[in-house]
Unconditional design. Sequence first.
Length: 120
Amino acid sequence: MTFTRLATGKKGEDEAVKELLRRGYHIITRNYRCRFGEIDIIGEKNHQLVFIEVKTRTTLAFGLPQENVNYRKQTKIRRVAQMYLVETRQFHRDISFCVVAVQLNREGKIINIEVIEEAF
C-alpha cells in the first residue's frame, strides 16, 4: 500500500466520520483490530451498535467503492464484529452493518459520499 493509498483511505475515513456525526451517529471507536481483521468504525445510532466499513475511491475505473464489500469481506467483518461483542460483553445489543462509500477527486475533495445503512 503506497502512502497515497494510505492517505486516501485516511481522508475517506475522516470524511465518513464527519458525515456519520452529521447523521446522528455516536462514534465509539475507529480501526478496531483483532486476530480476524479490522473494522473501520464502530458507532451507535438509535440504541443500535453499528459496524461500519468505509470504502474510498479516487477513480471509478475499478467500480463503485461499495462494490468492493463483497461476500468474503462481509463474512470477515461479521467475524470481527462477533469478537468485539465478546470482548466488550455486549451480547444483548442489536447490531447492524453499514457501508460508507466515499468518492474523492485527485486533489482529495469529496465528489460523493453515500451512507448505506443495513448494507448486509
